[in-house]
Design a protein around this ligand. Sequence first.
Ligand code: AMP
Length: 395
Amino acid sequence: MKTLKDFNFENKKAIIRVDFNVPLNSEFQVTDATRIQAAKSTIIDILEQGGSCVLMSHLGRPKGFQQEFSLQHIVKSVVDIIGCNVKFVEDCVGAKAEAAVANLVPSEILLLENLRFYEEEEKGAIDFAEKLSKLGDIYVNDAFGTAHRAHASTTIIAQFFEGNKCFGNLLAREIESIDKVLNNSERPVLAILGGAKISSKITVIENILDKVDHLIIGGGMSFTFIKAQGGTIGNSICEDDKMELALEILKQAKAKGVEVHIPVDVVAADDFSNDANTQIIDINQIPEGWEGVDAGPKSRANFDAVVNTCKTILWNGPLGVFEMEAFAAGTIALGHSIDKATKNGAFSLVGGGDSVAAVKQFGFAEKVSYVSTGGGAMLEMLEGKTLPGIDAILK
Ligand code: AMP
């Protein structure tokens, strides 16, 4: 696996695919700069060696050139975070971009305009990728968030850099962290899967059953398992067409020696709102008119015990409707359990959309071993897929 360490960037121009797809407010100010922060280490390493950085990214889903999606809006944030001047060019390919690159001197940074102003980017067009490849000597992919897409800048471009391509620090760390959970893990290994639906995570469950000793199934998806086993779940979220699959998963887990832990009690609410009436109730006996919205206290204690016996922990998906304060306690309790286990030496990886939002919101992001930056990309790796963006560097 080639990383920055395998190259000398002195007097070289690195063309770096970063993920600067950050949220902007109505005044076009960056409201969460985590992704820019995440690319800092790669940029600094290259600048310090006397190389220059040509940064390329997409922002949002523009249809052609649309000023509101211009990466110009984020230049100030990049300057603030990286701590040096950043040049900007109003195109990502062609004469203007090439001239801007030609004028770049060692230790300078140039940000290209939004890649998705060209539909060729998402189409993975080879001639567009070739034009991009003219803008650097060494290709560095540091965008985990788009590594599962075979786009021009994330995958196709790599073929023009035979022997001159590598992973940036962020992408390398993402790969190492997932590898540490799936392939080089210290046992016992625990996967915690929560969130709304089992349908979006079936392939993940099937793939990780071969890798883990314990599986916690929480959140909305647990009700499909409970109903399939004959429990009464009231108005809780459930995928009736996945009940057979749920039973099959339990059977497979048993055959593979994986211990499955499902909530035994829940916080049930009579309305899907913060000020609903609630009761703590056996998960198998939720009355009509009530729905399970969070893990109950017995479940939290059970999960705490499991988490604390494990040496490797993967967490994807909240244990309840954590966006509502009244239903966040189960997810917060799990965060505390993982924090404790991590302090005791476990490796903990949090990834995939909503659990990342939850750990940030509740202050656990600094307490776990690693928080992944890629939702879809992370899920696809957990499904056992080879991501095209990663494969293109390894080839
Ligand atoms: P996912 O994207 O599949 O990880 O699902 C995350 C979403 O699941 C969050 O928005 C949670 O509010 C939601 N969720 C978790 N537990 C429940 C539940 N018991 N009922 C309904 N939604 C839930």
